[in-house]
Write a protein that binds this ligand. Structure first.
Ligand code: SD4
Length: 346
């Protein structure tokens, strides 16, 4: 029987020695997490709940974290809502272009970018990792590879929501990432949560990181990118080290939000490096969010960026620039959405 006692802490513990002790202090969460609390999976936004369910089936059956993070985000890619996958918000020319990346516990990684008419970019990214000498394939090359690997070429079919959003967007044809320092809004700008007709909220990206029963970490990220982006625009999600990074000795991180600003600080890799220096996942995410805010100065109020991270001891955390970001957790005892802390307050 796993000892699941949790201790509220009044003092902080930092440092690499502490980091790898058998019981871990999540400094900012003031909570002790038992390293035996694996497997565990976390993913971005509320779509993460359904995605985690699929990942959990793999993890709970003692499957590999890599399989879990692929299966998990495939749920979101299939969902045909306005935000991830083939029914997503298109670019400004009306085409849905998809980016995805995946990384395992041995620094193996694969990604695709600017991929059109393929339902599961995450699985193509995995094939790039496993079947080619490369890390990244883009555009028509990525699509040709996918077809050669047996992925069907689908017809683009915008969801009703995406169709509506695009028609609305065409009226002004302005590319303007919205200020989203508010709780959920129905602003359909590039990174704002969108309210679906079903009443659910959704997003254009899902990122997931997991630790399996053997303690191995893996991560995945898949997105339609920024709605109404310039044709050919690629964000952080398929860029290893920006949208996603996994170092099995230390931890894993995945990003969401304005990709351009994640890329300029090599966001996910930077968070992992902070964890290597002994910071808790939440503190590591916060450090890089602060770095982005410092770089952006005044403009930080106009963008949203968030990271989620998991360290080698199964300790997790997140941090966002603005309120409104949440992430989904699944482990043996929990299936829940957690509100992230943020640098700007409501
Ligand atoms: C991108 N980071 O393409 C993605 C978008 C995103 O929630 O995460 N949206 O820049």
């Amino acid at each position: 029987m796993i000892d699941r006692r949790k201790f509220i802490l009044s003092s902080a513990l930092t440092g690499v020695a502490g980091m790898f002790s058998s019981k871990m202090f999540a400094r900012d969460r003031e909570e002790l997490i038992d390293v035996k609390d694996k497997p565990i999976v976390i993913s971005t936004w509320d779509a993460g709940i359904a995605a985690n369910k699929a990942a959990w089936e793999v993890l709970n059956a003692k499957g590999r974290a890599l399989d879990a993070v692929e299966k998990g985000v495939m749920v979101t890619e299939s969902s045909q809502n306005c935000c991830v996958g083939l029914g997503a918000n298109p670019d400004r020319d009306g085409f849905v272009t998809l980016d995805a990346s995946i990384m395992d516990e041995n620094f193996n990684c694969g990604s695709v970018a600017f991929l059109e008419r393929i339902k599961h970019p995450i699985s193509v990214a995995r094939r790039v990792m496993e079947k080619t000498p490369h890390v990244m394939l883009v555009g028509v090359g990525a699509q040709a590879f996918a077809i050669a690997e047996g992925f069907p070429l689908e017809e683009q079919k915008l969801s009703a929501e995406a169709e509506k959003n695009y028609t609305e967007w065409l009226k002004k044809s302005e590319y303007k990432p919205p200020a989203i320092n508010v709780e959920k809004t129905n602003n359909h700008g590039p990174f704002a949560p969108a309210k679906l007709e079903s009443g659910e909220w959704n997003h254009d990206t899902i990122g997931m990181i997991a630790m399996d029963a053997s303690g191995s970490l893996s991560g995945s990220c898949t997105t339609s990118g920024a709605g109404f982006k310039m044709r050919g625009r690629v964000g952080d999600s398929p860029i290893i080290g920006s949208g996603l990074y996994v170092d099995n000795e230390v931890g894993a991180c995945v990003a969401t939000g304005q990709g351009e600003d994640v890329i300029r600080v090599a966001g996910s890799h930077s968070v992992v490096e902070m964890m290597r220096q002994g910071l808790s996942p939440e503190a590591a995410c916060k450090k890089i969010i602060e770095r982005i805010a410092k770089i952006k100065k005044e403009k930080a109020k106009d963008i949203q960026v968030a990271f989620i991270a998991l360290n080698k001891a199964g300790q997790y955390g997140a941090y966002a620039l603005h309120p409104g970001f949440e992430f989904a957790l699944r482990n043996k005892d929990n299936e829940k959405l957690i509100k992230s802390k943020s640098l700007f307050k409501v």
